[in-house]
Design a protein around this ligand. Structure first.
Ligand code: BTN
Length: 320
């Protein structure tokens, strides 16, 4: 695929690009190829060609072209249909040369969410991505990598939609209280960061049980999103944060995570084995947990692993 040509057309912002600047022998075949791959082009006999829209399918050449990342995205594999991208990435963990491998799929038949839940998404509706890493200390823990996935996704969602994306403790990415992405980090020979991001859903395409509590980039922007460009942005963001974590240490990532924690400052109810406690959430810390000022005036840390429910919603540990 002629990616420089695609890039030139995309960056013209919908204007016609004269074909005089291209190699005449191959340009027609290259344009046919782009159209076959699903890109929308408008051809004009003498004004040239204008870009009208992205391919509805993930395009590996477009994702990898001049990606420029250091650790994450050194290899990118795009599949049509898999069981779970997390499983596929994990199956590559027998070789550390696969460090930074990104696996993407249009569809999962056995997609997993947290706590053994299934994660379903109609083909082409989402970004289903798993990243395999062999992290060194200090950010080797599942907790840090979950935070890294959530912060990277929240940043990309904010950048593309213009809305503030927050992290609902421990790791759902939400906009205006509606979930747009979930993160599932699993550890085996390597560690896999799995991200499911709702992209092309209309309100009506969510199952009834999720309407009102879920959203997508299409709902927020009213535009068709180019999922290959979205994948590029997410891979770059993950790489940047991963390197920052290794360079500056966990505190830097911890701060970025807690800055986006959604219920900060609000009154919440936390349930542990010892009972239910209501208080204002005044601090969220990746190591220590959530700090509440209880209605009695007492200030108390609730370690992440102790929290069973938050505001009545069943919760899990940061990584699970
Ligand atoms: C959650 O329950 O919120 C986490 C959902 C994580 C879903 C993603 S989709 C890509 C990757 N592959 C999987 O099977 N799960 C994760």
């Amino acid at each position: 695929m002629n990616v420089p040509l695609l890039h030139r057309l995309r960056s013209a912002g919908g204007e016609f690009v004269s074909l005089a600047e291209f190699e005449l022998a191959s340009i027609s075949a290259d344009l046919d190829d782009l159209e076959r791959r699903g890109f929308l082009l408008e051809r004009h006999p003498y004004r040239g060609v204008a870009y009208r829209g992205p391919s509805p399918r993930l395009c590996p050449d477009q994702i990898e072209w001049q990606l420029g990342t250091h650790r994450i995205g050194r290899r990118v594999a795009v599949w049509n249909r898999v069981g779970s991208t997390n499983d596929l990435a994990a199956s590559a963990a027998n070789s550390s040369s696969n460090d930074g491998l990104v696996v993407l799929a249009e569809e999962q038949t056995t997609g997993r969410g947290r706590r053994g839940r299934t994660w379903t998404a109609p083909p082409g509706s989402s970004l289903l991505m798993s990243v395999l890493v062999f992290p060194e200390p200090p950010i080797a823990g599942v907790t840090w990598l979950t935070a890294l996935g959530a912060v990277a996704t929240a940043r990309v969602v904010s950048e593309i939609s213009g809305y503030t994306a927050q992290i609902k403790w421990p790791n759902d990415v939400r906009v205006d209280g509606r979930k747009i992405a979930g993160i599932l980090v699993e550890r085996g020979l390597g560690t896999v960061i799995g991200i499911g991001l709702n992209v092309g859903y209309e309100e009506s395409s969510f199952p009834e049980s999720l309407r009102g509590s879920a959203t997508s980039l299409k709902i927020l922007t009213r535009h068709d999103i180019d999922r290959s460009e979205l994948a590029r942005a997410l891979i770059r963001q993950l790489d940047e944060l991963y390197l920052q974590g290794l360079r500056e240490g966990p505190a830097a990532l911890g701060q970025l995570w807690s800055d986006r924690i959604e219920p900060l400052g609000r009154s919440i109810r936390v349930t542990t084995r010892a009972g239910s406690f209501r208080g204002d959430l005044i601090q969220a810390d990746l190591d220590q947990g959530l700090r509440l000022v209880l209605t009695t005036g007492e200030s108390l840390w609730f370690p992440h692993q102790e929290i069973l429910c938050l505001d009545g919603e069943d919760m899990t540990t940061l990584g699970g």
